[in-house]
Design a protein around this ligand. Sequence first.
Ligand SMILES: NC(=O)C1=CN([C@@H]2O[C@H](COP(=O)(O)OP(=O)(O)OC[C@H]3O[C@@H](n4cnc5c(N)ncnc54)[C@H](OP(=O)(O)O)[C@@H]3O)[C@@H](O)[C@H]2O)C=CC1
Ligand SMILES: O=C(O)C1=N[C@H](C(=O)O)C[C@H](O)C1
Length: 266
Amino acid sequence: MRVAVIGASGRMGKNLISAIKSAEGVSLGAAILKPGSSLIGADAGEIAGEGKLNVAAVASLQDCVNDFDVLIDFTTPELTLENAAFCAQHNKAIVVGTTGLNDDEKAKLTEASSASPVVFAPNMSVGVNLTLKLLATAAEILGDDYDVEIVEAHHKHKVDSPSGTALRMGEVVADALGRDLKECAVYGREGQIGPRTQKEIGFETIRAGDVVGEHSVWFATEGERIEIVHKASSRMTFAKGAVRAASWLEGKAAGMYDMQDVLNLK
Ligand SMILES: NC(=O)C1=CN([C@@H]2O[C@H](COP(=O)(O)OP(=O)(O)OC[C@H]3O[C@@H](n4cnc5c(N)ncnc54)[C@H](OP(=O)(O)O)[C@@H]3O)[C@@H](O)[C@H]2O)C=CC1
Ligand SMILES: O=C(O)C1=N[C@H](C(=O)O)C[C@H](O)C1
């Protein structure tokens, strides 16, 4: 599998190049940077601190259209949609890790997946995807008597809130409790808010320093509290998951998949 990475000099882009270098059965086919970047033409391996990989970074997907089979995209919602449309048009698979897409943008991504396969997941780590299963089980067993609160912490550069992972955790818990997250979610309380309603699911966001990504889901009732916690300490955990998804896509039919499909957790 020849894999292309767009946003190759970003926090995830560099980790993705490292993960591709150390994975079996995949190779780096192309690395794409923002047009105008001073790194265009530089060796992608050197951009990632991995030494030469003999792949020169380019400024657009069109410039490397014959050099890859699957694109890995951890960028911005707007760019991801452009990239997904390009992949659909050119029969390329795509792995999307970008978060912060609104409902309309998610619908457009689903539209692109009717032409070629897409893996789209807000968190590519094995640990978070297992945690989603644990959350569903906990919510089913604990039911409506336990208040659910989701706390997430990330580095100060992160631009979307709550994190995509926190929102997915909320969806999983809401589904297991027969609720609609759109109706029961409460974000960042402030002021004279009154007592908590029984069925709300609260989200709290911390942005500070270099935190890679931490999620904690509380189930609290009179007399006890359970916390299910995941802490990422390296972006390589997301990058390895994305590369695993890219390999998994080989030979897959067009359609929308997620990491639960890739990891066989459904
Ligand atoms: N699903 C998962 O497991 C994970 C998801 N994420 C998500 O991934 C996304 C990216 O995160 P992160 O790597 O931290 O962010 P960065 O800002 O570090 O990386 C984004 C990259 O995209 C590049 N970019 C922007 N516009 C273009 C363009 N037109 N062409 C090519 N490249 C472009 C940026 O370039 P420049 O710097 O020059 O602007 C930057 O290098 C976020 O949505 C984040 O939430 C993050 C970690 C894990
Ligand atoms: O922006 C990040 O860094 C991360 N974003 C993802 C999210 O929004 O859930 C996943 C991970 O926690 C890191």
